[in-house]
Design a protein around this ligand. Structure first.
Ligand SMILES: [Zn+2]
Length: 221
């Protein structure tokens, strides 16, 4: 009888465990079959925007790496342009910036990629301007941009609208994509938040959740 009781307890434990296990597996597959390129802006000698002792390039990389890890847990295939603090130009490059940008474009333009996200930080002459702002490449990228901006507005408690961007990476790429200015280094409040792990994680979760909603809306996940 004692043995039977243990079998029963084991059976009950399995019943409790299986639904959460299945849910975990399903969640892990939300972005399976999707390939996203993450482009961490600047790198090498080009530190991007700088203000209050904070440089843009390392922050872009920190957020990109966190986003890469998060998207991978969702089953997404992730391709990085810049993988470390260096830019993509070769040692012998005559024009580093040009070679770096061209290499990024050729990575992005691979036809197996679904979309790309370029990560940047903003700066403005007035320190009052702040916030998370999504720029889109073209009409085909507008919906993706709206998903990310709207989620960002809720999670980061602000109210911004998407803008058509005029950036080399958006102009020269052939697949849909967005450039995200995660915040303003010239605004003391944004600058403090952007260097904190918790705020970086908020941004990462916001982008990842938006991608899940976006692909779900397109019936791809
Ligand atoms: Zn930048």
């Amino acid at each position: 009888m004692k043995k039977l009781r243990w079998v029963f307890i084991l059976f009950l434990a399995l019943l409790l465990f299986i639904p959460s296990y299945v849910k975990t597996i399903q969640q892990g597959k939300l972005l399976s079959g999707v390939t996203v390129v993450l482009d961490s802006g600047h790198g090498g000698k080009d530190l991007g925007a700088s203000d209050g002792g904070v440089d843009e390039a390392p922050l872009n990389l920190a957020i990109t790496k966190k986003l890469e890890a998060k998207l991978k847990t969702l089953g997404c295939q992730v391709i990085l342009t810049r993988k470390d603090e260096n830019d993509l130009a070769s040692i012998t490059a005559v024009n580093r910036k040009k070679e770096d940008m061209n290499k990024r474009i050729s990575i992005i333009n691979d036809e197996k990629n679904d979309l790309f996200i370029s990560i940047h930080m903003n700066k403005y002459q007035s320190e009052d301007v702040k916030g998370f702002h999504v720029f889109y490449k073209d009409d085909a990228s507008k919906m993706l941009a709206s998903y990310i901006q709207e989620k960002g507005n809720v999670v980061l408690e602000q109210d911004k609208t998407i803008t058509k961007g005029n950036f080399f990476i958006l102009n020269e790429s052939r697949i849909q994509g967005v450039l995200i200015e995660c915040g303003f280094l010239s605004n003391p409040d944004d600058r403090k938040k952007l260097t904190s792990e918790s705020y970086q994680n908020k941004i990462v979760d916001c982008i990842a959740d938006s991608l899940v909603d976006y692909f779900e809306s397109k019936g791809m996940s």
